[in-house]
Design a protein around this ligand. Structure first.
Ligand SMILES: [Zn+2]
Length: 203
């Protein structure tokens, strides 16, 4: 009896450690939202050489065009990549040179699904006057000067921002919108109104 008791105790202790480990593992897995990978949306390879950077900020955009529930997320990403990687004109008539890849790192579709854009190790691109080096760029589908982000989009935005903030140790005050850095209407008032709540959720 005197020999079995410590043995049972040690076993119980190990079981507890094991159970705690499993719970932590599960919680950690839940932190990363489900993301449609580049492979899943059939991304083409980037063109040319990307600029490596270290993430210090999270910057939120809107696509600036009306939501398209008639297209799949995968189609939208393929279209965006084709547009990004060629010389083209913007809706403003301004010239846009061919970019390395999709300008944003994560894209939240109208259905709330999240897709991987440019690989996050590479700095993004912009048509406006700020340097996106060090910014994790998240874009939400819609034109939020007039449209409203829907519940699924808000939920995914919260999840991805929380995950990125934890992963790169970004403080709540470095979660901002495109128009905090450049002259633009992006990401639209109806999206920007959610930012205080978004910052609160990571504190
Ligand atoms: Zn923007």
């Amino acid at each position: 009896m005197r020999r079995t008791k410590p043995f049972i105790l040690i076993n119980s202790f190990l079981l507890m450690v094991f159970a705690a480990g499993c719970l932590c593992g599960e919680a950690a897995a839940q932190q990363r939202p489900e993301i449609v990978s580049r492979k899943q949306w059939e991304a083409k390879l980037p063109v040319g050489k990307g600029k490596k950077h270290k993430i210090k900020y999270i910057t939120i955009h809107h696509t600036g065009v009306k939501q398209r529930p008639d297209l799949t997320l995968e189609q939208k990403l393929r279209n965006l990549q084709a547009f990004s990687q060629r010389d083209d004109k913007l809706s403003t008539g301004k010239f846009k040179p061919a970019w390395f890849d999709v300008p944003y790192h994560y894209y939240i579709g109208v259905d709330g699904r999240i897709a991987e854009g440019r690989q996050i190790k590479y700095a993004g691109d912009t048509n406006t006057e700020y340097d996106p080096t060090g910014h994790a760029l998240v874009v939400v589908e819609g034109s939020f000067g007039s449209e409203e982000p829907n519940a699924a989009q808000i939920d995914s935005l919260k999840k991805i921002v929380a995950w990125l903030a934890r992963k790169y140790k970004i403080p709540a005050e470095e979660i901002k919108g495109h128009n905090d850095y450049a002259e633009t209407g992006c990401p639209g008032k109806n999206l920007k109104d959610l930012f205080p709540e978004l910052r609160q959720s990571i504190r």
